[in-house]
Write a protein that binds this ligand. Structure first.
Ligand code: NIG
Ligand code: FE
Length: 381
């Protein structure tokens, strides 16, 4: 057992109900798990000491949406987009070709580098999807590799219809909900479907999600990225833990979300990187919808893994306060993953803490783009 005290904290964000922020605090972690939270003057001794030097400490970020198992890149697609070409789901197929051609070790090395970059920016809990294999063996491999680095793995065989099934979509849907699901479910906690005019319809998604639920997986949905597409209603109908993107929503979607346990996960780095209008987080929060913010880091629609930048965009472009944005990026993400004990700092929390080179959490939005994460302490999977 090894203990560490994070002492001399100016501002500690705990998200304890009724007292989300406390001043002059210290935190003790044992083997990465919080064992004590209190006033700095009362802090018990520990094997090691991290001096926050009057800076702010926040919970580790919960990035509840990423696609980190892939090969190649799509910088040329990004460049074309910045010259005026719109984003479409079709680009996914070029990453599928590169990923199928890669060895396990190549994918593992790329994944490890991406996870390390995310942690260096304060992310301690990370969901990772498959979806760039789209054969039984390649999807199973992606999930096996993802499981080496996180328990929050998501089967996304329904990312797009691969080229070899272009003339027989129904056969691909049957493959995904049949033998592909059977091979992937042992390595996955979740199943997800990309609902979009370039990907899957609501009816196809319903079949796939129901099969996933029957196989014991929790449900997540990509919906409303490029249009209000009926995916939000499906997510609520099926009791999905989260519906992600939510860029385009009808009033009925907002009402349905507000009366449900489904979290609306917003991905502002996608709007940034595809030059789309941002989702309206204020509208959702005011309606009583549970909101999360995540990165959606992937080679196509957004290749940033920066939770600090995602929350700064939410503050600057989506009508929320710095504390609301931080809550969405921590406790909101935990809720989207139906997890307790991450995204907050209380006795028993396993999500670790992030020491900032800043006197307040507000500075993450205020000093946007500046690397303020000084140290990440704890965080166990
Ligand atoms: O969440 N929307 C579907 N999947 C990703 C995009 C993947 C890609 O373009 O490669 C997303 O934005
Ligand atoms: Fe995604």
């Amino acid at each position: 057992m090894s203990s560490v005290v994070v002492a001399n904290i100016g501002e500690l964000v705990t998200f304890e109900p009724g007292r989300p922020v406390r001043l002059g605090a210290a935190v003790v972690l044992v083997d990465g798990v919080v064992q004590w939270v209190g006033d700095d003057a009362d802090a018990p001794p520990a094997d090691a000491r991290v001096d926050a030097a009057g800076g702010a400490v926040i919970p580790g970020f919960v990035d509840s949406h990423s696609h980190l198992v892939f090969a190649g890149d799509r910088a040329a697609e990004f460049e074309a987009r910045m010259a005026g070409r719109p984003y479409t789901a079709g680009g996914i197929r070029s990453t599928v070709a590169a990923t199928r051609a890669a060895t396990d070790d190549e994918l593992r090395a790329r994944l490890a580098a991406l996870v390390a970059q995310a942690r260096a920016q304060g992310t301690t809990t990370l969901e990772i999807k498959s979806g760039y294999g789209l054969t039984i063996a390649d999807e199973e491999r992606a999930l096996r590799l993802a499981r080496e680095v996180t328990d929050e793995t998501t089967f996304l065989g329904a990312h797009v219809v691969p080229a070899e099934y272009a003339d027989d979509r129904a056969a691909y849907v049957d493959l995904v909900r049949g033998p592909m699901l059977a091979a992937c479910a042992p390595h996955a906690r979740w199943i997800d479907v990309f609902i979009d005019s370039g990907a899957f319809t609501v009816d196809e998604a319903r079949l796939i999600l129901q099969a996933g639920r029957d196989a014991g997986l929790g449900l997540r949905v990509h919906a409303g990225q490029l249009a209000a597409d009926g995916g939000v209603a499906l997510a609520v109908e099926l009791g999905a833990a989260s519906v992600d993107h939510c860029t385009h929503l009808t009033d009925a979607d907002v009402e349905a979300l507000a009366g449900s346990d489904t979290v609306a996960t917003l991905l502002p780095l996608v709007e940034f990187s595809t030059r789309q209008p941002y989702p309206d987080a204020r509208r959702l929060l005011d309606a009583g919808v549970a909101v999360a913010i995540a990165t959606d880091c992937n080679p196509g629609s957004n290749f940033s893994s920066s939770m600090p930048l995602a929350l700064a965009l939410a503050v600057r472009e989506m009508g929320v306060t710095p504390l609301e944005a931080l809550a969405a990026a921590t406790v909101g993400g935990a809720r989207a993953l139906r997890r307790s004990g991450v995204g907050e700092v209380r006795v028993g929390s396993s999500g670790g803490v992030v020491v900032l080179d800043a006197p307040s959490y507000t500075w993450m939005a205020y000093r946007v783009g500046v690397p303020l994460v000084r140290e990440v302490v704890g965080g166990v999977r």
